[in-house]
Design a protein around this ligand. Sequence first.
Ligand code: IPE
Ligand code: IPE
Ligand code: MG
Length: 249
Amino acid sequence: MTGVRPDGIDYRRIPRHVACVMDGNGRWATNRGLARTEGHRAGEEALFDAACGALELGISYFTVYAFSTENWRRPHEEVRFLLDVIADQLLTRRRDDLHRMGVRIQFIGRRDWRVPRWVVRRMDEAAALTAPNREMTLTVAFNYGGRAEIVDAVKAIVEEGIPARRIDDRTVRRHLYQPELPDPDLVIRTSGEFRVSNFLLWELAYSELVFTDVLWPDFRRSHLADAVREYQSRDRRYGNAGSRRDAIP
Ligand code: IPE
Ligand code: IPE
Ligand code: MG
């Protein structure tokens, strides 16, 4: 018996954790003669559809890069609009739909002085409301940087006075923003850019990377399914010799 369904997906090998760099909102809007902010609004719709698709596929952890530690460099109005989209649309309007669907919402990122208090409040409310949910964990990377995460972990390790000889991979892992979050199996980046842009630097050591030209506001659950099919065609070796015949000398 095979687990491959007519859609070409093997439901016995669904990636446990899928993470997305949601890129291309600005270009999507500019291509239509719209303000960049309209791209962010449309991007939020795409995120909701992709999250529904992740749930349908049986993905346990779905992580999205919503705002990076470098995105504060953008014009004030765009930053403000992005905060509104994340806090008002995603964490307020969508929150109840996601809650009904059994989605737990959590966050990774720095809570520094740049994050307005009202945004922190919405984040805490969404996390508290959805904390018992177990269908899927949606992790929103907000004011997130992979380097900042590693720096913060190092600081916490030093502050705890852990001696150098006792520090290993597991020590660092325990001090990441969400230590229980497994490493992503699959990382998708939209908009035709081939870079990581400071996303999950520690965690993506052995992730499969899928790049697509689709601009994030056009991304739908069908594109997520395409990426999962691509993932299932890969041979994950983790430094081993490999399971395929062509890998045997
Ligand atoms: C992604 O779209 C959204 C965020 C980075 C917050 P962009 O706004 O980066 O869109 P492009 O890359 O300029 O098209
Ligand atoms: C990465 O996209 C950050 C998010 C999607 C939130 P950017 O648009 O900020 O990345 P660069 O500037 O193209 O590397
Ligand atoms: Mg971009």
